[in-house]
Structure formats: C-alpha cells, structure tokens
Design a protein around this ligand. Structure first.
Ligand SMILES: *Cc1c(COP(=O)(O)O)cnc(C)c1O
Length: 339
C-alpha cells in the first residue's frame, strides 16, 4: 500500500477498500453486501434528495499497543441511530445488523487502521437514507444503510490545545421541539451559515444558546458542552441537544474520579463561574475552550490564558483515550475487541 503519513492526516474523506451496505425493501432488511464502489446509483426522486430523510452516526476504531483493534460503544451508536430514525420517520435498523456492518467494514479495511501511538484513528461513518422515488411529502418505503470508514489524523496536531468560541444570538441550530436531539444531516445544513460566520471571525465555532429564550447553554458547534467547578461536572439538559456518547462516557468517568455530576439548565451567565469548560464529541473527545465571547453583549468569558486545558479536562481526556485504545482496563464494558 502507498505510504500514509498518519500524523499529518486531517479529518477528511479518503478512499478505502470496501464499504458495507444493507437495503430495506419490500418491508424487510436484506443481507449485508460488501462493495468496493464509492458511488451509488440513486433514483433522482429519492426522498433523501428532496425531503432530507437522512441520519448518520460517527464512531472510531483504535489500534492498541497489543495490536488488537477496539471499537468504542457501538451499541450506543446503534441505539441512537434508531432514535434518529424514529425522529424523522425512517425504518429502524436492528442493532445486530448495525454492529455486524460496522465490524465488517473495519475488518475489511484493516490496512487503513492507523498504528498505535500515531494519534490517528479509523473513523467509522454509518448512515442511512430514503431511496424510494416519491414527490409527495411522506416517508420513503425503501432505505439504504451504508458504513464507510476513513483514517483520520489526530484532532490536535500540536497537542491538546484550547480554542475560542462565540455566542451569536442571530443563529439557531435547532428548535426546542425540533430535530436537534436527532443526528440528522438537516441539522448540519442548518448550521453551516452560522459556523462559517464564526470561522470568519476567527472562532472555532458558534456557542449556541437555547432557541426559545436565549438564556441557557445548548451546544458548542456540533459538540456537547461541559463545565467544571467546585469538583462538579456540569452539562446542560435541553430538548434540542444531541445526546453525545462522549459526554455520557465523561459523566461516568467524572463520577469514577470523585466528581459530582449535574445535568441541568445552565444559564449563560453561569459561564463566569466555571474553572474549566470544554466541548466534547467523538472527533476530538474533549476540545478545551480558551474563551467564549458574547458577540451581542461584548462580555468575554476567559478560561485559559496559556492555551492549555485545565487539570480536570486533561485528566478526563487521557482517561477516556486510554480506555479507547486499551491502555487501561475497560471496566464499564464500553469496548468491543475485534477478533
Ligand atoms: C455527533 C454530535 C455530537 C457528539 O456526539 P458523540 O456521540 O460524542 O460523537 C454532539 N452534538 C451534535 C450536534 C452531534 O451531531
């Protein structure tokens, strides 16, 4: 195989050897199919193209020091995808098929799993969309589920570093009773303008408040928020947040470390009281926040002056990464070791 410079890979698409597919047709899921073609033949009236019937997931496989390959909490991704499907009236895929397809896609592309210690990982993207042709607005009767994988580089090239975020009340990611709690492509389309505006102003992303009252913290770009103070891990409770599996795992680890965990409304002014804050998600695990500027009021909340994460974020990050790659025992049963 051509040489891959693992340490300098970005987060992007790269062609690998195979993708794994499964089709729902005539009222049932078919057999798993292995394809080497990156392209699809799709009907031009497929519901995914017109009415946004698309859901996706994101998870990772890690190569351990022992050479074994580990996949992190894929049962949670399978469940969440079912929940997303329910949210936009798509057919639910049984978890057993989801997990079989993920394992198969990883095994078949084993040569693309980055070596232990490179900081790079194999990103796994399961996704599903409506394929039956329809012009009327109603759910599709046929669906295609695909798992593609691509090696991705370390999120922080120069080491674990902080970045600034910005609050801008002119944009919402999702509505309180809308689709924010589902992992659907449409939410991402709806956040592109806001994200680009924030990037142009030099921020890593937008820091969203709840859409209704603009009083409480929702999400940091496409990542969950957490704050640390008084030995407590605080994360927002909201109907428009996507339930992050990373956040769910960090809450457990925080408790293991003796921190209190609180899931509740977090008023924006409370930002002034946190010792450390961060964004969390599969891509970066933890992306520590340097500063949050409120674009509308001019208030600025600063958390890190030296570009380094706080001690609790640092500890949580290293603990989770150690479990994911097998350096530390998997006491919570989160890891699937491939045979
Ligand atoms: C995927 C996603 C997250 C992070 O979830 P993880 O399971 O931790 O990767 C957070 N917010 C949004 C909007 C997302 O789409």
């Amino acid at each position: 195989m051509e040489h891959i410079d693992w340490a300098n890979l970005g987060f992007g698409y790269m062609k690998t050897d195979y993708n794994v597919r499964c089709t729902f047709k005539n009222g049932e899921w078919g057999e798993l199919e292995v394809h080497d073609d990156e392209y699809l033949q799709l009907h031009m009236a497929a519901t995914c193209l017109h009415y946004g019937q698309e859901v996706f997931e994101g998870l990772k496989a890690f190569r351990g020091k022992d050479g074994k390959v580990r996949i992190f909490r894929m049962d949670e991704n399978a469940k969440r995808m079912q929940n997303s499907c329910e949210g936009i009236l798509m057919k639910q895929l049984p978890s057993s098929i989801f997990e079989e397809a993920v394992k198969k896609a990883v095994k078949l592309n084993e040569r693309f799993i980055p070596p232990y210690g490179s900081g790079a990982t194999l990103y796994i993207r399961p996704f599903m969309f409506g394929i039956s042709p329809q012009l009327g607005v109603r759910p599709a009767s046929e669906y295609l589920f695909i798992v593609l994988v691509a090696p991705v580089g370390p999120y922080f090239k120069g080491g674990f570093a902080t970045t600034p975020f910005v609050i801008m009340r002119q944009y919402d990611r999702s509505a309180p009773l809308g689709t924010g709690k589902y992992k659907v492509g449409g939410n991402y389309a709806a956040s592109l303008v806001a994200g680009e505006h924030a990037h142009k102003l030099g921020y890593s992303n937008i820091f969203y408040l709840d859409a209704k009252e603009k009083k409480y913290i929702d999400e940091c770009g496409a990542a969950n928020f957490f704050g640390i103070k008084n030995n407590t891990y605080v994360t927002p409770e909201s109907t428009s947040i996507l339930p992050s599996i990373t956040n769910k795992s960090l809450m457990v680890l925080a408790e293991d470390m003796g921190l209190k965990v609180e899931r509740r409304h977090v008023p924006v002014e409370e930002l002034a009281t946190f010792e450390e804050v961060g964004a969390c998600g599969t891509a970066a695990v933890i992306s520590p926040i340097e500063r949050i500027d409120d674009y509308d009021t001019g208030i600025s909340y600063t958390f890190s002056k030296d570009g380094k994460p706080g001690p609790v974020s640092d500890k949580l990050y290293h603990k989770l990464v150690a479990i994911q790659c097998g350096d530390e025992p998997d006491t919570h049963g989160w890891v699937t070791v491939l045979d």
